[in-house]
Design a protein around this ligand. Structure first.
Ligand SMILES: Nc1ncnc2c1ncn2[C@@H]1O[C@H](COP(=O)(O)OP(=O)(O)OP(=O)(O)O)[C@@H](O)[C@H]1O
Length: 258
């Protein structure tokens, strides 16, 4: 197995004006690994993901995919990289005007240039993997429950058999049972593909189900990273505070006292 990380962030810094959001962030994810980045609101999780996706540009540091520095990649290079990736957005982000299968097949047709018939066949296979039958394929996404929309979003994320999948808060807005169903689907689908996954989440239970490793982000840096199985025994004060949701501890909330 290659020892080059699939995704690597080296000393990534990102600020908006004087406000530093990512502060020398270092993170590595090996091929086939599932890493979940947890952390409180405003700690920079989404900004980190946007930097990796090329939607934001870091002031300094490097972002590497398969050992290749993509920090300053041009549009053509970025499109090439994005073709290797899939993404499940926080609220599934389906197109209301398209049918379920067209949503799943969107990237296959638009980014991979596949014809509609082949793309539809693949979309129906991927829908089956997330437990949705072909009868649903012709419905519009607005007709589906939130849990079903998440499944469709997952089918879309895996449609092109990506090497890397990003999950943004995959269980937010779901009840605990549907959250569990989605966590299991994420684990099974990504393991079957052998994909490398990066998930951002607040949800500790979900993180433990889908992660091989967990990294805790605080003020734009990783303050702890380790195996998901170690999270309750590591004794790290940041982790303990986050896991137990304590107000007291090294993590300070940025709220003004009345
Ligand atoms: N485009 C932007 N311009 C200015 N500030 C921004 C911008 N995007 C994010 N921020 C700020 O960066 C900080 C980190 O935001 P980010 O969305 O990464 O947090 P997060 O960890 O994902 O939080 P949450 O879990 O609540 O989504 C916040 O203070 C946010 O206001």
């Amino acid at each position: 197995m290659s020892d080059v990380p699939k995704i690597e962030l080296r000393n990534v810094c990102k600020a908006f004006g004087k406000k530093v959001i990512l502060d020398n962030l270092n993170l590595s994810i090996m091929a086939g690994e599932s890493l979940v980045v947890i952390g409180g609101s405003g700690t920079g999780k989404s900004v980190m993901l946007k930097c990796i996706l090329g939607l934001l540009k870091p002031e300094s540091g490097q972002i590497l995919i398969d050992g290749e520095d993509i920090t300053n990649a041009n549009t053509h290079k970025r499109e090439q990289i994005l073709r290797k990736t899939g993404m499940l957005f926080q609220y599934a982000a389906l197109f209301d005007s398209l049918t379920v299968w067209e949503n799943v097949a969107f990237g296959l047709i638009q980014a991979h240039g596949m014809n509609r018939k082949d793309a539809k066949d693949i979309a129906i296979q991927k829908l089956a993997l997330v437990g949705l039958g072909p009868d649903l394929a012709e419905k519009h996404s607005a007709e589906l429950s939130i849990g079903m929309q998440k499944r469709v979003g997952l089918a879309r994320a895996i449609a092109a058999d990506p090497e890397i999948i990003f999950f943004d808060e995959p269980t937010t807005g779901l009840d605990p049972i549907m959250g569990d169903v989605i966590d299991n689907l994420i684990r099974d689908c990504t393991q079957d593909l052998g994909a490398t996954t990066l998930t951002i989440s607040h949800d500790m239970e979900s993180a433990q189900k889908i992660a091989d490793r967990i990294a805790l982000l605080y003020k734009g840096s990783v303050v702890w990273a380790g195996l998901a199985s170690e999270i309750h025994t590591c004794g790290d004060p940041y982790v303990e505070q986050f896991v137990h949701g304590d107000v007291d501890g090294p993590i300070k909330l940025d709220i003004l006292k009345p």
